[in-house]
Structures are given as structure tokens and as C-alpha cells.
Ligand binder design. Structure first.
Ligand code: RET
Length: 309
């Protein structure tokens, strides 16, 4: 069998044209080269393999113990599609640059802005937070509020990236304020809560929470150099965001699942029921039981951190 090396033709196939003129060819828009596209494909491949690995690990567990595997696999699955889009030179739009630079790294009147990146983050960052905050067993109102602020951060980042004038930095400032609150919850409230759940939970949270805090602070720096300040080339942007995403998704996910290896989700208040569960089966056979027997209303016993899923 012979393996023929095929050239990456995504840039020609999916070039952005205005009135029939390719924007890459007329040199107006600063966009990725084939190297950037190749890198996006490579990251896509890692995301796909990680998704299969996390799903493979999930099926080795009983259904009641798979919640963190499912959340983590969903994260890399969504990222696979975003990276497929970016590798194919799709999911972007040209935006006039605020800062015109005459360097080879950042020439052109327009810059390609990958809005698909933000669609990915809009879906996956709340899932990452869910992974972390469920590990810490934080009360659900705090969890919901942190996710709301996370959406504020991502949407302001997207809007700022699509704005041509200096007003983009206003959106950026709102996004940074939202990130500051998220980091506060992770570093103080959630860490304290996780430690109170036991040494193993505290350890799993500390590893994954520290990695997340460090990485998430680097994203606005990347934004400032790419979408915001137009300082670095879109190929370098691909590498910067790509490395961050690889650590924030597959590496984070592997660490989290490893940290959860000896932890029953029920200890975190996540009582998940299955039809072949022993206690539930006995309860269902009880005379007069109607099959719902209190498991459908989401209310469990007096423990305030309990959540019925
Ligand atoms: C933006 C710009 C606006 C200000 C801030 C930002 C932060 C983004 C972050 C993104 C995290 C993404 C992750 C992706 C996972 O793969 C939107 C860049 C603060 C923190 C973890």
C-alpha cells in the first residue's frame, strides 16, 4: 500500500472573495498560510483522538459514574469541529484593523477574525467550569452565576474582536472584569469547598483549578496581541491559541478524569439514578409505588449541596 502525501488545499478551496477577488491574493486581508492551516488540522486530530479516549474511558464505568467523562468528551468533541473549521479556512470574517502595521507579521488593512473560536468557547468554557465546580461541589446558584459571567466574557470578547474602532477595548475591559470574578471564585470559594469535601477531592481540584487559572489568564493576552492589537501574524495566533486550547481541553480533561478515579460522584452530591440500581429496583417493586417515587422532582434529602441529576 502506498501512502501519497496530499497537499493542503484548504486556502484555495475556501478562500474569502469579495467581488470575485481573493482577499488573500490582493493582500488586503492578513490571514493564515498553509502552515497555520496544517497546525489547525493537527490540533483537530488531537481533539478527535481525545474525544474517543474520554468516551472509551466512560464506557468502562457504570452509567452512574460517567458524568465527568461525558462533560470532558463533549468539550473536545466541540473543539474538534471548531478546529476542523479553522483548518479548512472557514468560520472567519475580515475586520478592518485598528492598528496598521507595516511588518511582515501584521500587514494589510483587514485581519481575519475566527468567530468560530468564540462559538466553540461559548459552548466549551461553561462545560470546563461545570467540570471544576461540580468537583468542588459548589452550590448551584454560584455555579450558574459563574457560567453567566463566563458567557459575558466570551460574548464581549467576540463583539470586541468584530469591532473595528478602539471601542473594542471597552468590550475587552468588560470581559476582563468577568474573568477576574471567575478567577476569584476558583481560587477562593471553590478551592475552600473542594478541600472540605476530602483530601482526594481537594487534590483533584487544586491540580485542575490551578492549571485553569494560569491558562485562562493567558487568553486575554493572546487576544490583545491578535484580534485586539494586530501585533502577531494569524499563523502565530493559531499556535498561541492552539497551545492554550490543547492544555485547557485534552490535558485538563485527562488530569480531571485521573483525579476523579477514586471519587464517587455521589460524594459530591451528584446522586445519579439508573434502572438497575439496587435500592431503586427495590423501591420500584414496593406496593403502591407508581414508578416515580420522588426521583423526578429534583428534591433530595436535607444536604444543601445535593443535586439530583
Ligand atoms: C477574551 C477576550 C475578552 C477578555 C477575556 C477573554 C478571555 C477568554 C478566555 C477563554 C478561555 C477559553 C478556553 C478555551 C478552551 O479550550 C474572550 C479572550 C478575559 C479565558 C479555556
Amino acid at each position: 500500500m502506498s501512502l501519497n502525501k496530499r497537499a493542503n488545499n484548504a486556502l484555495n478551496t475556501n478562500s474569502y472573495t469579495v467581488n470575485g477577488i481573493s482577499q488573500a491574493v490582493n493582500n488586503q486581508t492578513l490571514q493564515i498560510t498553509t502552515h497555520g492551516s496544517d497546525w489547525y488540522w493537527a490540533v483537530c486530530a488531537v481533539m478527535v483522538c481525545s474525544t474517543f479516549a474520554f468516551m472509551g474511558l466512560a464506557v468502562t464505568k457504570p452509567r452512574t459514574q460517567r458524568i465527568f467523562h461525558y462533560i470532558t468528551a463533549a468539550i473536545t468533541m466541540v473543539a474538534s469541529i471548531a478546529y476542523f473549521s479553522m483548518g479548512s479556512n472557514l468560520g472567519w470574517t475580515p475586520i478592518p484593523v485598528e492598528f496598521h502595521r507595516n511588518t511582515p507579521q501584521a500587514h494589510g488593512n483587514y485581519r481575519e477574525i475566527f468567530y468560530v473560536r468564540y462559538i466553540d468557547w461559548f459552548i466549551t468554557t461553561p462545560l470546563l467550569l461545570l467540570d471544576l465546580l461540580l468537583t468542588a461541589a459548589l452550590p448551584w446558584p454560584t455555579l450558574m452565576y459563574v457560567i453567566l459571567l463566563d458567557w459575558v466574557m466570551i460574548v464581549t470578547g467576540l463583539v470586541g474582536a468584530l469591532v473595528a474602532s478602539g471601542y473594542k477595548w471597552g468590550y475587552f475591559a468588560f470581559g476582563c472584569a468577568a474573568l477576574a470574578y471567575i478567577v476569584y471564585v476558583l481560587v477562593f470559594e471553590a478551592r475552600k469547598h473542594a478541600n472540605a469535601m476530602g483530601r482526594d477531592v481537594g487534590k483533584a481540584f487544586t491540580y485542575c483549578g490551578s492549571l485553569t487559572t494560569l491558562l485562562w489568564i493567558l487568553y486575554p493576552i493572546a487576544w490583545g496581541l491578535c484580534e485586539g492589537g494586530n501585533v502577531i501574524h494569524p499563523d502565530s495566533e493559531a499556535i498561541f491559541y492552539g497551545i492554550l486550547d490543547l492544555f485547557a481541553k485534552p490535558v485538563f480533561g485527562a488530569l480531571l478524569i485521573w483525579g476523579h478515579r477514586g471519587i464517587d460522584p455521589a460524594r459530591l452530591g451528584l446522586h445519579i439514578h439508573d434502572y438497575d440500581e439496587k435500592d431503586l429496583a427495590i423501591e420500584m417493586k414496593r406496593p403502591g409505588a407508581n414508578g416515580t417515587n420522588g426521583h423526578t422532582n429534583g428534591i433530595t434529602n436535607g444536604n444543601s449541596t445535593e443535586q439530583t441529576v
